[in-house]
Design a protein around this ligand. Structure first.
Ligand SMILES: [Mg+2]
Length: 229
């Protein structure tokens, strides 16, 4: 029997992809005006900085740290690093201003909690921005526990992150359901760690769903599926 449901945050409980694109546009306008770098140059520098971060750090939460990424970008461009915190703050304030909960997310989390499930968040990211997003989305009141990759020390799909979620839920992994948009990081990772895996994929296109994974196209499908799990 499922007792606790853990949600991925980015591109699951809100549309990260479009909010990110909007925030990057605003950041590029800042970079053009203050650093004299055109969009193409900024894009190349940003990708190089991310690649260097990946080479140095491997897979860990610090990879998502934009203050470090923009500092590295400015160093490579020979520009003052004083812009790094300004750029980071602009990116996040724009993204936070832009985000809205996924259709049906608030209603579903509310109804799942009323049905007696506890609700967790399992996310690859640093903790401070995930708290800020949950607050901005109005979801904090529905969340019983959070596991970020910054806390777990590994990123999904590593099993340790999923097992830490189950530990916080006070349940066996098989008594936890995990819901997320990434097939590899969320659904396969959760399944392989022994949790019930729900792949949130709202696309209208037919998709191949690997064994042991259930696909949902809308949050409203969840309560009935979990009842029969
Ligand atoms: Mg995601």
């Amino acid at each position: 029997m499922i007792k606790s449901i853990i949600f991925d945050l980015d591109d699951t409980l809100y549309d990260f992809t479009s909010a990110h694109a909007f925030a990057m546009k605003r950041l590029m306008a800042y970079v053009r005006a203050n650093l004299g770098l055109d969009d193409e140059r900024f894009d190349a520098l940003n990708r190089e900085a991310l690649n260097r971060q990946k080479q140095r750090l491997g897979s860990c939460a610090a990879l998502h740290n934009r203050l470090i990424r923009y500092q590295m970008l400015l160093e490579a461009a020979g520009k003052p690093i004083a812009h790094a915190p300004e750029m980071e703050a602009l990116y996040w304030s724009t993204l936070l201003e832009r985000i809205r909960p996924t259709h049906g997310a608030i209603e579903t989390l509310g109804s799942l909690r009323l049905s007696g499930y506890t609700i967790g968040i399992g996310t690859n990211m640093t903790a401070n921005w995930q708290y800020a997003k949950l607050k901005r989305l109005g979801l904090m009141a529905y969340v019983d526990y959070i596991v970020t990759s910054e806390e777990a020390g590994v990123e999904k799909p590593a099993p340790e992150l999923f097992l830490l979620c189950a530990e916080k839920a006070g349940c066996a992994p098989a008594e936890c359901a995990f819901v997320g948009d990434s097939l590899e990081s969320d659904a396969l990772g959760a399944r392989d760690a022994g949790l019930a895996a729900y792949w949130f994929n709202p696309s209208a296109d037919p998709v191949d769903v690997p064994e042991g994974i259930r696909r949902i196209r809308a949050f409203s499908e969840l309560p009935a599926l979990l009842e029969n799990a």
